[in-house]
Design a binder for this molecule. Structure first.
Ligand SMILES: CC(C)(COP(=O)(O)OP(=O)(O)OC[C@H]1O[C@@H](n2cnc3c(N)ncnc32)[C@H](O)[C@@H]1OP(=O)(O)O)[C@@H](O)C(=O)NCCC(=O)NCCS
Length: 129
């Protein structure tokens, strides 16, 4: 668990699937600029969590839940190894009601510090849709 002043990041687990399904199947979560995410049932998401695609294993993809300090789940942070391999990419989003309160800034600070301190990488990047 990565602990900040406003938010924590913790590895996503099976118990987070209801939250993930609710968010990822909601058009308002994706917003007007992001492509709508794949619509999947909780059962399908559970299968994917238990049997990650080969590409996810090769890319060392990890997904974290962004939580407020009171443990309320407010979003997701994903990271994966990009090519060339000393480069990581991150992607993140919050539920609409929790945007614009500084949580995204702190979540990025936490993951960037953690990645540079724990891995031999030269660069972290994020694309904006
Ligand atoms: C993008 C996102 C994660 C930022 O997290 P956040 O907690 O809302 O952002 P913060 O409150 O920490 O603000 C960070 C900065 O981004 C700016 N910002 C936030 N949302 C913005 C928006 N929609 N458009 C322009 N600027 C924005 C803030 O003004 C702030 O700027 P400042 O540091 O100069 O004051 C969050 O707004 C979100 O989930 N948005 C919808 C999904 C999305 O766009 N995800 C990225 C897809 S590539």
């Amino acid at each position: 668990m990565l602990e900040g002043k406003k938010v924590n990041l913790r590895v996503m687990e099976r118990g987070d699937l209801d939250f993930a399904t609710e968010c990822f199947n909601n058009i308002n979560y994706w917003g007007e600029y992001e492509p709508l995410g794949a619509q999947k049932s909780k059962t399908e998401r559970l299968k994917a969590l238990d049997n990650p695609p080969q590409v996810a294993i090769l890319c060392e993809r990890e997904r974290f839940i962004i939580e407020r300090k009171d443990k309320t789940k407010i979003g997701f942070m994903a990271l994966w190894l990009a090519q060339p391999s000393r480069m990581m990419e991150i992607g993140y989003s919050l539920i609409p009601s929790e945007r614009g309160k500084g949580y995204g800034t702190e979540a990025v600070q936490l993951i960037v510090d953690c990645l540079f301190l724990s891995r031999d990488i030269a660069r972290i990047q994020a694309m904006t849709d």
